[in-house]
Design a protein around this ligand. Structure first.
Ligand code: LLP
Length: 386
């Protein structure tokens, strides 16, 4: 049984809902700022795709992070939360005209551009507004990472970015465009990466590319290495704050920045994953032929990660300290993949018990859907519930 949750204050709240420990979020942000500020040229953006709950966005913005957006909707959410436009980067393979126009109208810091057709459209739309758009080229570094196949992005087979062979051709093309200013190179190799060696491989690749650019007397203002730092899903309480010291030190040690170049990061999961839990109640305990099922009122519409990526999330009963039994923990949705965990050891559980699905602060609430005509889960912070 976990006691660190304010279970009494959960009593009157409709389940399932997301619960965010803002004290942990603040300590995580403190650690990011402390470790990143060792290196004066490092700038950290928060990747909004991980969680756009306005209460969390407000805290993240107050701590001084910039914003990494992948849609016009995220730009709107970032601006509403008070992020400065000149700290907003805008990435994505399929930016539509209104989204590009929104970035131009608000004067965002940079468009991370992924192809020549996109570059042409940004140039044209900026010309119509008599503006010059700041652009970083997203290069696909063809670096493999040790993570789930669905969340690698930096391989040649992925849809993301401009191939390394193509990079020079795109730079030549950009230099002919009057409404484009090439300010950076952007990379992102994948998500939930815990092996620092993967980031070292990216640094080595960027160093090679920078050498090639240097040979043609080109130095861009900034390098953006995306996000990707992973968290410990198996033991959320062992190291609730990821090792930002090691992460930033890896880049400091291995990436050869040119004088005055800044290094940008787009961290999502490592900022918000551990502060969030999906809180649910047991609807039924059902005896199967060979196992017992714990059926929750939360399902894959509330947290899709286990169904989509076979992701592991630690599950805890917040209401019971009875001896442990083994359950398949499932949701109520009409899909066999609506499973949160198989053969999970939990304190003996009864209908009505509160269950926490941990490490759900990133890509939980943002990926929730109305499937089966279900309501979207609400999100509450620890400050609201005390
Ligand atoms: N920058 C770019 C260009 C990205 O594509 C992503 C994530 C990030 C930054 C932030 O990465 P992070 O620091 O969160 O690893 N829904 C999946 C994760 C998808 C990640 C997509 N891109 C999941 O639930 O695991």
């Amino acid at each position: 049984m976990k006691t660190s949750f304010p279970v009494d204050s959960f009593q009157g709240i409709k389940t399932p809902f997301y619960y965010y420990d803002v004290s942990l979020l603040r300590r995580t942000l403190d650690a990011i700022n402390r470790e990143a500020k060792r290196y004066p040229n490092f700038c950290v953006h928060y990747a909004l795709k991980a969680n756009v709950n306005p209460k969390l966005l407000g805290i993240i913005r107050t701590e001084g992070l910039g914003a990494d957006c992948v849609s016009g909707g995220e730009i709107r959410a970032a601006l509403q939360a008070g992020f400065e436009p000149d700290k907003i980067v805008f990435a994505g393979v399929g930016k539509t005209d209104w989204e590009i126009n929104s970035g131009l109208d608000h004067g965002i810091f940079c468009f991370n551009v992924e192809s020549i057709p996109e570059l042409e459209v940004v140039d044209e739309l900026a010309r119509a507004k008599n503006q010059i758009a700041s652009v970083a080229l997203r290069i696909n570094p063809n670096v493999g990472v040790h993570t789930h196949a669905h969340i690698t992005t930096g391989l040649a087979e992925n849809k993301f970015g401009i191939g390394m062979d193509e990079m020079h051709r795109v730079i030549d093309r950009a230099s002919t465009m009057k409404h484009i200013r090439l300010v950076g190179l952007h990379f992102h190799i994948g998500s939930q990466i815990t092996d620092m060696g993967d980031f070292v491989a990216l640094c080595n690749r960027i160093n090679e590319l920078q050498e090639q650019l240097y040979a043609r007397q080109l130095i861009v203002d900034h390098i953006n290495v995306g996000g990707g730092l992973g968290v410990d899903y198996r033991h959320p309480d062992r190291q609730p704050i990821p090792d930002f010291a090691a992460y930033f030190a890896t880049y400091h040690k291995h990436l050869k920045l040119r004088p005055d170049q800044t290094l940008h990061f787009e961290l999502g999961r490592s900022v918000v994953a551990q502060c969030g839990s999906l809180i649910s109640r047991v609807v039924f305990i059902k005896q199967g032929v060979h196992k017992q099922f714990m059926i929750l009122d939360a399902g894959m519409s509330d947290l899709i990660r286990p169904a989509l990526y076979q992701a592991l999330h630690r599950i805890e009963n917040l209401s019971s300290d009875q001896p442990v039994e083994t359950y398949d923990v499932v949701g109520p949705i009409c899909e066999s993949s609506d499973v949160f965990g198989k053969a999970v050891d939990l304190n003996r559980s009864r209908r009505g018990d509160f269950i926490a699905i941990r490490s759900a602060g990133a890509y939980g609430e943002t990926m929730a859907s109305h499937y089966n005509c279900r309501e979207l889960p609400a999100g509450y912070t620890s400050e609201e519930l005390i």
